[in-house]
Design a protein around this ligand. Structure first.
Ligand code: CP3
Length: 326
């Protein structure tokens, strides 16, 4: 999940000088911000500093962050969908690809770089709602009253996101992660119709490009927690990212043994005591079992997290997992 951000004083210092989108659009700044948590926390992997909504201007929709996202206009009809472009990442987001190339030079070879994008359903949710929401009435209204338009929109999102994530792999990202934060609001049958096929399409693009390059790139799908978790087996992901609302042993029982899991500590645990952090981390590791688990928070780190507590977690996980394999 997000490991850079406002909880780090060095991030806040840069953000005093540059706004969020400028930081995403300037390869040197995106590179520096990506490296901040790697330096301070000693994590095993870096996640590119960017945002899932960065490709939207290339599709024809401006976006601002205040700090939550606000879109210049919404997409709610067939006519609106027709105005959307399928963007070419080399033209619309060259700075993301430059940041990846720069990072591959700056990161130690043992620290892999995770590239990411928003999954088509989550992108479509922002396009239809225009901002964050708790009701999701507009996206659901579109799904349930005009499913042809919904599918047309999801197709354009899938094509744009597929090209975008595949281009990140081409530029040097060593894992490709799709965030489907809002798909958990769907009933299982709606998930199978409106989200799953488009996730598979994006991962097919990633797989094709990786195979051409002779690379085996992990495909991580962040699903949060949902009633349709077993359906994730059909997404062509190799890793499923989970939040904290499901125990990893139970999640695995539904996912089968072919998929690795990622997550699933509640980020709010980092606001509590360091003893509590260590014991919660141990519980996640115990439930995850000895292999096929990437330890991670179940969602983005909260802005008031003490950086020392994040470091304590990384150290505890390193120690606990070295004991486990010893
Ligand atoms: O650690 C990293 O560097 C990863 C970078 C990253 C960001 N956003 C940076 C960011 C990643 C992986 C994301 C993903 C993202 N963005 C998702 C999917 C994951 C999730 O959180 O469920 C979603 C839904 C978004 C959309 C988005 N962007 C929201 C809802 C917000 C507001 C969040 C907030 O904390 O206020 C953003 C802004 C954003 N994206 C920030 C960061 C660091 C905060 C911007 C700032 O004020 O500096």
């Amino acid at each position: 999940m997000r490991q850079a951000g406002r909880y780090l004083p060095e991030y806040r210092a840069l953000r005093e000088k540059h706004d969020f989108l400028t930081s995403c659009r300037t390869p040197e700044l995106a590179c520096e911000i990506t490296l901040q948590p790697v330096r301070r926390l000693g994590v095993d992997a870096a996640i590119l500093f960017s945002d899932i909504l960065v490709p939207l201007p290339g599709m024809g929709i401006d976006v601002e962050f205040t700090p939550g996202p606000r879109l210049e206009r919404t997409i709610r009809s067939a006519g609106d969908v027709a105005t959307l472009r399928v963007s070419d990442p080399h033209e619309s987001t060259p700075y993301v690809l430059d940041a990846i190339r720069l990072l591959r030079r700056e990161l130690a070879p043992a620290v892999p770089l995770i590239g990411f994008a928003g999954a088509p359903f989550t992108m479509a949710t922002y396009l239809v709602e225009g901002h964050g929401t708790k009701q999701f009435a507009e996206i659901k209204r579109l799904l349930f009253t005009d499913s042809d338009t919904a599918h047309a929109l999801l197709s354009k999102c899938a094509e744009t996101v597929g090209r975008y994530l595949a281009a990140q792999v081409e530029a040097g990202a060593q894992a490709a992660m799709l965030f489907d934060t809002w798909a958990s609001l769907l009933a299982p049958s709606d998930y199978r119709e409106f989200a799953l096929p488009y996730v598979s399409r994006v991962f097919a693009d990633v797989k094709r490009v990786a195979t051409t390059l002779g690379l085996d790139v992990p495909r991580i799908y962040y699903a949060g927690t949902a009633g349709w978790l077993d359906a994730c087996r059909a997404t062509d992901a190799t890793v499923i990212g989970l939040d904290w609302r499901i125990d990893l042993d139970r999640a695995r029982a539904g996912l089968g043994d072919q998929l690795a899991v990622q997550g699933n500590l509640d980020p709010t645990v980092l606001l509590g005591s360091t003893d509590g952090i260590t014991s919660r981390a141990a519980d996640v590791l115990r439930r995850a079992g000895p292999t096929g688990h990437i330890f991670n928070l179940g969602h983005g780190i909260l802005p008031d997290t003490p950086p020392d507590h994040a470091r304590c977690l990384v150290d505890a996980v390193a120690e606990l997992s070295s004991k486990r394999t010893a």
